[in-house]
Design a protein around this ligand. Structure first.
Ligand code: SF4
Ligand code: SF4
Length: 307
């Protein structure tokens, strides 16, 4: 089971583009946002001809950092951890469907390092996808507290830690710590050379947007493909909207039409075709990640951050 040449080529181009952005020191500017949109456009329109480029596996719904307009609604979520058995079952099915040809398995959250058994998830991801990249997307706050077993597992399972560069974290110290174990960080979201800014992920609670337009303009579609309890979705909103609805007592509808059952899908092509199209939930999205609102800021957990 191997990732295909086309998948590797796609990932290599994406990686080089990110490195170039970091080299020129323009991380998190409008230019990087433009490149993110180009990346998303290419995935929406061409991923179905290549293979599944990435899958997000959520290890914790909640987070130890509260960001303005978090696109996973994690500051609104109650404490909730992924079930290892369910994740193993679903990754096994995905591995069968794709013959292991998935570019990147992202272990995400909320904050994935909060999961007490994160090492077991690393092991499962690596064993079921021996030829894929496996990344941990973390805010970094817990990295300096990790025990040697964690770093050893990262080494053993060839895990790439990809922190988002939030302010207030001693990144130099963390990089030195990682170096002791032979690791080199790559920063997520084009932010290797500049600190994180805040973006707005805004909903239209009336659901009156044009779903095709919302999908085409969306920075998450096909770039944050979520796996949850036997289903895949094109973005993280589908499985996380429940946190928004519960916290703000709203009723943004999410139905089975917004995701696809990986056990009922006859092959991976059916899944790729589904992911490359708008979903009913897109009617509720106004501007998804395209509006930079300034320097990173903490959430006040106000409805206006997401509307
Ligand atoms: S660190 Fe990530 S998951 Fe946590 S609140 Fe910020 S954006 Fe959301
Ligand atoms: S529902 Fe559609 S527009 Fe909204 S985040 Fe998901 S893919 Fe993007």
């Amino acid at each position: 089971m191997k990732t295909s040449l086309k998948t590797r080529l796609w990932l290599a181009i994406e990686k080089k583009a990110k490195e170039a952005i970091n080299f020129f020191g323009v991380g998190n500017t409008r230019f990087s946002l433009l490149l993110a949109r180009i990346n998303s456009y290419l995935k929406k329109h061409f991923q179905r001809n290549v293979s599944l480029q990435s899958v997000d596996v959520h290890l914790a719904e909640h987070c130890n950092l509260g960001c303005f307009s978090c696109n996973h609604f994690s500051p609104l979520a109650e404490e909730e951890f992924a079930d290892l058995n369910i994740t193993t079952r679903d990754l096994r099915r995905l591995s069968e469907l794709t013959k292991g040809n998935v570019g990147i398995i992202y272990l995400v959250g909320g904050e994935p390092l909060l999961h007490p058994n994160i090492i077991l998830f690393m092991q499962v991801a690596r064993e079921l996808f021996p030829d894929s990249d496996v990344h941990i997307i973390t805010n970094g706050l817990l990295l300096l507290q990790q025990k040697p077993e964690f770093w050893e597992a990262c080494k053993k399972y060839n895990i790439i830690m990809t922190p988002t560069k939030y302010p207030g974290v001693d990144w130099d110290k963390i990089e030195k710590r990682a170096d002791e174990f032979g690791y080199k960080f790559t920063y997520f979201d084009f932010s290797g050379t500049s600190e994180k800014v805040s973006r707005r992920f805004a909903l239209d609670l009336t659901g009156s947007q044009d779903m095709k337009k919302s999908y085409e303009n969306c920075c998450m579609a096909c770039c944050s493909i979520g796996l949850s309890d036997g289903r895949l979705s094109t973005c993280s909103f589908v499985f996380n909207m429940r946190h928004f609805n519960k916290y703000f007592k709203q009723n943004v509808p999410v139905t089975s039409a917004d995701s696809i059952d990986i056990y009922k899908a006859k092959d991976i092509q059916e899944i790729l075709d589904f992911l490359g199209n708008p979903i009913p939930l897109c009617r509720y999205c106004k501007s998804i990640g395209t509006e930079i609102v300034g320097e990173w800021r903490a959430t006040k957990r106000e409805l206006s951050e997401w509307t």
